[in-house]
Design a protein around this ligand. Structure first.
Ligand code: MRU
Length: 345
């Protein structure tokens, strides 16, 4: 069975606290919007699709506890809930898209308020199942693109941050492609970066790869260029928090330097993301707001200070990779060159 970051049944939501992995597997109950906001802000749950799903399901669990006398009251409740949830982390676009789709779905409903609530719950719950199906499609499209372009039976790839079952409802995006390659027998092995400063690669991706018995090796972020030079990497595969309309892509800090190193070494650079990660209202990467995280996440390890006292700290959580460094963007609707993603609108 694959790892479950999110456990849900109507009225009950639990998330695996990712801050405790890999040493402890502890599920925490999310009783409503405020718990959801906290879990996202503190990064107990993280990854663009998982943020959107947990936010939406936290609205669902609170909806179950309330009764509403009119559609307007329900609309107001949902509007306020998402308004709050959108402030937790600002770079990933998926939660904004979820909020828009929920509001427009709600406005289209004409039934009585009890039926509207029932339909809304089903709509929110469907996000969990849809995400797994989208990730499997990304996995298949991406594995095919890589094997078609690699001209060899087995490939070796590099990934960054965590884009697997822990960052989604299941299967994963970039890690979904790696999973598909492995299932098809076309993966020789995968390298994953530690992903400093918060170690999502060392803590989470390494854990998932070992859990799934996928041949894998951990490297420090600073080893990526020499890895490409000396160990024959066929593709770098990463996820996305927000893809701008021109294909510029915001993803975990360190992605941009991997793309530069990949270009230099002639290695394919692949973004794997559902269409819901594309922000067609954002013309280019210059317009993407990058979240800055607390200094402690860089200066301390598990509460213990590892950097010299009084040193300054700059801790952007993401960077933007320009479209011209990206070979292809693999979505749930197929693989597209960055200049072609407008076809997905
Ligand atoms: O800060 P995080 O851990 O939420 O960052 C996660 C990433 O950057 C992922 O690559 C991205 O959200 C895609 S997850 C499928």
């Amino acid at each position: 069975m694959s790892l479950e970051a999110i456990r849900y049944q109507r009225g009950q939501l639990e998330i695996l606290n990712q801050l405790l992995l890999p040493t402890q597997s502890v599920y925490e109950e999310i009783r409503g919007v405020e718990d959801g906001w906290n879990a996202i802000k503190l990064m107990k749950v993280r990854g663009a699709p998982a943020i959107a799903i947990v936010a939406s399901l936290s609205v669902a669990v609170e909806l179950v506890q309330h009764s509403f006398t009119s559609k307007d009251e329900l609309l107001q409740f949902v509007g306020k809930a998402y308004e709050r949830l959108l402030t937790a982390r600002k770079t990933a676009v998926n939660v904004y898209k979820a909020s828009e789709s929920v509001r427009s779905y709600l406005s289209s409903l004409q039934d009585d308020v009890m039926e509207i609530k029932e339909k809304l719950l089903t709509f929110l719950e469907k996000m969990l199942t849809d995400d797994v199906a989208d990730n499997k499609a990304i996995g298949d499209f991406g594995a095919k693109w890589i094997t078609d372009n690699a001209n060899k039976d087995k490939v070796q790839v590099l990934t960054h941050c965590n884009t697997g079952s822990l960052a989604t409802a299941g299967y994963g995006t970039a890690l979904g492609i790696i999973r598909s390659l492995h299932e098809n027998g076309t993966l020789s092995s995968v390298y994953c970066t530690e992903t400093r400063p918060y170690n999502q690669g060392a803590r989470l991706t390494a854990y998932e790869l070992v859990y799934e018995n996928i041949p894998s090796t951990l490297i420090c972020d600073s080893m990526a260029a020499v890895l490409m030079k000396e160990r024959g990497i066929d593709a770098v595969i990463v996820g996305a928090d927000r893809v701008a309309a021109n294909g510029d892509t915001a993803n975990k800090i360190g992605t941009y330097q991997l793309a530069i190193a990949a270009k230099y070494h002639g290695v394919a650079f692949i973004i794997a993301a559902p269409v819901t990660s594309i922000d067609f209202s954002c013309p280019s990467g210059d317009h993407i707001k990058v979240e800055e995280r607390p200094a402690e996440e860089m200066l301390c390890f598990r509460g213990e200070r590892v950097a010299a006292e009084s040193i300054g700290c700059w801790n952007p959580a993401f960077d933007v990779t320009p479209a011209d460094l990206i070979s292809v963007i693999v979505t749930d609707r197929g693989a597209y060159k960055p200049a072609e993603i407008h076809k997905l609108q």
